[in-house]
Design a protein around this ligand. Structure first.
Ligand code: BGC
Ligand code: BGC
Length: 447
């Protein structure tokens, strides 16, 4: 294939997954329950009553999955570590069998020539910590730093770069504000202490990693926010949404302060959660890289009913994914340029740690996914040409997997199709496309 993406020689190619979405084996080898095991068991919480109890059975089939990665020619693999597999109650004694799994996984990746990029927290909090208040409880941040130390001591000799948290925005809003994800709390803006405590946990864990000579990244789900019209009320609503989705999770880390939260009606100290010195703990360790998970831009209008200070509205006249998300690839370029405008020199190098789309199972070949990735890589190459430092691209996802509240069958994000009845893996057309793209990129610099 022609290598039409003008990306730098050392650009890294990867794929991403998360523990609860692929591992299965939830009751094996001493793993403790997570909030997702408990939430998914609630009637009606997940489409079709699905759970991640088996998912892709990656816990047992990881050698086969690494072969699929090797076949793609990946430089890196982003996966997450299940905190309750390592520390079944979130704190206290470690579970040697759980540690041994990640030890084997990392060794097998390195043997395949693939750099492991672990995420410490991708939403599967040990249920024992949730029982004590979860991320609404300040101590959870300190337990997270202790867990980070356990993992860094185990794998730091082989794993140089770590991601602390995945998408604290989505976890806070879906998990604690609206309750469509675990732990299923419905606190609306009073959920925001959970955001602060995750950010505090990030800062404490980043310091732990740095003490051991390791690099720390944070993966945020960011979205360029567009007002539905030029009307002042729409612009104000867009600013409120941008504060909640983007700036709340990025300003403290990069700038050492929160944005003006009064636009959300939230007090500066986030209902007493922000203690003196916390912003230093979040900001001072510094960020070695910003992980950017990009799916779609967001269009916002003034609220039509009391409650929230914004309404989210559809973007008409563009394609939509199977999930109903608008496909606007140039929004990725705009987002990257906007990050430079907002943060300037405080913006660290960026890695795209997720980007991809769901396609209905019956779509063969999965051309919409190829088109999605291709157009987003074009937008990325343009942003790089405009001077943004982007180091790599990890597609979401390697495999069809447990898509949270949507269960197993409805939203298929994989380059590889998974038959959940037989665990048969079948690479899709996008798998071959990505493989050829990576090979062509390498060949250009080998000449
Ligand atoms: C998308 C949001 C979406 C959410 C649901 C995010 O990655 O950017 O638009 O609502 O995931 O999982
Ligand atoms: C999450 C993934 C999820 C993907 C698609 C991101 O919000 O990090 O876990 O599967 O979007 O919804």
């Amino acid at each position: 294939m022609p290598d039409r993406f003008d990306l730098p020689e050392d650009f890294r190619w990867g794929a991403a997954t998360a523990a609860y979405q692929i591992e299965g084996a939830v009751g094996e080898d001493g793993r403790g329950p997570s909030v997702w095991d408990v939430f998914a068991a609630r009637p009606g919480a997940v489409r079709d009553g699905h759970t991640g109890a088996v998912a892709c059975d990656h816990y047992h089939r990881y050698p086969e999955d690494i072969e699929l990665m090797r076949g793609l020619g990946l430089d890196g693999y982003r996966f997450s570590i299940a905190w309750p597999r390592v520390l079944p109650t979130g704190a206290g004694p470690v579970n040697p069998a759980g540690l041994a799994f990640y030890d084997r996984l990392v060794d097998a990746l390195l043997a395949a020539g693939i750099t492991p990029l672990p995420t410490l927290f991708h939403w599967d909090l040990p249920q024992a910590l949730e029982d004590g208040g979860g991320w609404l409880h300040r101590d959870t941040a300190y337990r997270f730093a202790e867990y980070a130390a356990v993992m860094a001591d185990l794998l730091g000799d082989r794993v140089p770069t770590w991601i602390t948290l995945n998408e604290p925005f989505v976890h806070t809003v879906f998990g604690y504000a609206t309750g469509t994800h675990a732990p299923g709390r419905t606190l609306m803006f009073e959920a925001l202490p959970a955001a602060h405590h995750q950010l505090l946990g990030h800062g404490l864990a980043a310091a732990v990693l740095h003490d051991r000579g390791l690099a720390a990244m944070l993966s945020n789900n960011l979205t360029p926010v567009r007002p539905a019209s030029g009307a002042a009320a729409d612009i104000a609503a867009a600013q409120a949404y941008d504060t909640l989705h983007n700036r709340l999770f990025t300003d403290p880390v990069l700038l050492g302060r929160y944005p003006d939260l009064s636009v959300l009606g939230v007090p500066d100290d986030i209902f007493g959660a922000v203690h003196p010195g916390d912003l230093d703990l979040i900001h001072t360790p510094g960020l070695d890289g910003l992980g950017l998970n990009f799916y779609n831009p967001t269009r916002v209008a003034a609220p039509t009913a009391p409650g929230l200070p914004f309404d989210l509205v559809d973007i008409p006249d563009v394609p939509h994914t199977a999930f109903g998300w608008p496909v606007v690839p140039d929004a990725l370029r705009q987002l990257l340029l906007g990050l430079r405008d907002t943060y300037g020199k405080a913006l660290p190098p960026v890695t795209i740690t997720e980007n991809g789309c769901s396609v209905p199972e019956s779509t063969t070949p999965d051309q919409p996914r190829i088109d999605f990735m291709s157009a987003h890589l074009d937008a990325l190459a343009q942003a790089i040409a405009e001077g943004i430092d982007v180091r790599g691209y990890y597609t979401w996802s390697l495999l069809d997997n447990f898509e949270w509240a949507e269960g197993l069958f409805s939203q298929r994000f994989g380059l590889v199709h998974v038959d959940f009845a037989t665990q048969q893996r079948t690479p899709r057309a996008s798998y071959a496309w990505y493989r050829d793209l990576i090979a062509a990129h390498r060949a250009r610099f080998a000449r």
